[in-house]
Design a protein around this ligand. Structure first.
Ligand SMILES: [Fe+2]
Ligand SMILES: [Fe+2]
Length: 266
């Protein structure tokens, strides 16, 4: 089974509204076009939050318009830049108990989507209500392989701002629930605007680049949050029958191939 991750689309309310000098709508359109061309056999696309840069009905309208072009289902979750009320107007179907949290069961596997947004803050958390929902879902789907999708990173990233100001503040409660469930195979998150792979025992986790701007790798002591022009990626996650997971990060803005003599495809 194939799953595609897109993250941190940071759309603005107008089709051509730039963010850090880049056009988020154009970059998302290109991602969908590439996925339609090469991965129409995937089960779904997850967009792991920060759907909007400045949340508004207009920004979510741009999202809706672009994802309608996808040949496969799209499951979005929210990030720290998003707002539930504006999102609800166009995407009410993803709400569950007031939050964007839900489960999709596909081919015997459970895919669990979490809402870590604290409106107006960069950090994320799971409040008592969301933890309760999460705990119940983990019990319900305890007998099948389970995959979690969330915006904030549930482990330290090694990037100062992301670990101190924009961190996930429910780590203790989260891991108390997750550590004891051996059927949880992998956690996919966004928010970092970087490719990062990390593991905790047998559990693997990863993030991929934003479709818009990227964040530079800085040693932890450096306090700056610097963005750069690394090219956007989407992650192609392939799950084999024994739950072996393979992840490729694809730079979809440049799909030309080069030959030995240095010439390239069109
Ligand atoms: Fe983001
Ligand atoms: Fe974020």
């Amino acid at each position: 089974m194939k799953i595609i991750q897109i993250t941190d689309t940071h759309l603005s309310g107008v089709d051509r509204g730039n963010v850090y000098g880049l056009n988020p709508a154009y970059r998302l359109k290109r991602a969908i076009k590439s996925i339609n061309q090469f991965h129409a056999d995937a089960a779904f696309i997850v967009i792991t939050g920060d759907l909007a840069d400045v949340a508004s009905e207009g920004a979510y309208g741009v999202l809706l318009k672009i994802i309608k072009k996808s040949k496969i289902p799209i499951y979005p979750i929210l990030g720290n830049h998003d707002m539930r009320d504006a999102f609800r107007k166009l995407f009410p179907e993803y709400f569950n108990g007031g939050f964007v949290q839900y489960v999709q069961e596909i081919e015997g596997r459970a895919f669990l989507f979490l809402d870590t947004l604290v409106e107006g803050e960069r950090y994320g958390e799971l409040c008592e209500k969301r933890l309760k929902w999460f705990k119940k879902a983990l019990v319900k789907y305890r007998k099948q392989p389970l995959y979690i999708f969330m915006h904030h990173h549930p482990v330290d990233s090694g990037l100062y701002e992301m670990d101190v100001e924009a961190d996930f503040r429910s780590k203790e409660a989260f891991w108390a629930l997750v550590d004891k469930r051996k059927n949880i195979k992998h956690i996919t998150f966004g928010h970092l605007h970087r490719i990062m792979h990390v593991s905790r025992g047998a559990l693997s986790m990863h993030a991929t680049r934003s479709t818009t701007f990227q964040v530079s790798y800085q040693p932890h002591e450096k306090l700056e949050y610097l963005t750069n022009r690394e090219r956007p990626t989407y992650a192609v996650m392939t799950l084999e029958k024994d739950e072996m997971l393979r992840i490729h990060h694809h730079e979809y803005l440049d799909e030309k191939v080069y030959y030995e003599d240095g010439s390239r495809s069109q």
